[in-house]
Design a protein around this ligand. Sequence first.
Ligand code: FAD
Length: 342
Amino acid sequence: MMINNSQSSPNLRSIAVIGSGLAGLTSALLLQEQGHQVTVFEKSRGPGGRLAAKRVDGGSADIGAQYFTIRNPAFYQFLDEHAGTDAYAPWQGRFGYQTAPGQWEPFPDETRYVGVPRMTAITRALSAKTDMVAQTRIARLESDENKTWVLVSTEDERFGPFDAVIVTAPPAQAQDLLADSKLVDLAAELDEPVRHVQPCWSVAVHFSRPPFESYEGMRVKSDLLSWVGNNSSKPGRDDAGQWWVLHASSDWSRANVDRPAEQVAGDMIREFQSVTGSRQEPDNVVTHRWLYAKSSDTDTPGHRWFADQRIGLAGDWLSGGRVEGAFNSASGLVDAMGNISG
Ligand code: FAD
């Protein structure tokens, strides 16, 4: 069992954060700034969540979020201070959307940012400043007579005690965790958000020669694909040839969620060739299925803080469903928690 000494100082509190995506790392770092002792738990090998990159021949490809926007000045400030200005940069590409077969229109100008040299550079830099326990899936929370929480992993390891817990898992995973912690009322509040989360098939494909040269990132008008982007055109990538990332639409991903990855990739590549007019065949293909990719919920409260139980919920799905939403949700939660040391 991990022991902490928070009881020795009445002004310092010990807080557990479940999930090391942007929401988890943002809440961890902002709480650390307030003097709290924070431990982050992550079920995967490394940090990042859906700010994800997969190793591919010769480099890596961003198979989750493709880019992000920054409208909240506090998000710039946070990234510069905690991830560092080298960890992200604008993607100076041409971006467009399809209006009809073979016809494309440019998107209005907006700065689109990416991690450098891969999306995970941001969360890797942020996580280096936290105390993170990786490869540990938290199965449930147990409370004791001191109203503190002990976290129990799927391997039956026990961590704590913690004065507060922040859960940043996507809604279905957060709901399971709360239900298995006998927090049935809190779990029931996630019924609606769970229904709004959509899966996404993502395929990275390598071409020895450029398959399409008019745009670097395109929203596609197709029942099958939603987005295609030239990953190799992002800053800091140094690929021979070009890696492209294709995302299937939510509806098609849901309808094909249990099909073998090879068949799914084959259909997506054929659709890519059809929408771009390229006849090139890729020489390398890497496929990833996201079960909980994006939330279509528009009624998002920002975050949830259950003061009586000292449990907080943060994540993109509570704040518009994008990378910047994950930051806004976590920073809003930390503000709402206020002075929990009192
Ligand atoms: P996550 O990144 O999902 O983090 C949650 C973390 O919790 C994960 O690391 C998970 O492993 C961990 N976890 C879950 N359960 C447990 C448990 N029980 N114990 C321990 N750890 C646990 N956004 C944009 O802004 N622009 C885009 O172009 C864009 N494109 C996207 C394309 C795809 C295919 C996908 C999947 C997402 C895209 N997004 C995009 C959305 C963006 O990636 C997310 O909004 C953002 O990364 C969510 O961050 P988060 O911290 O809320 O959640």
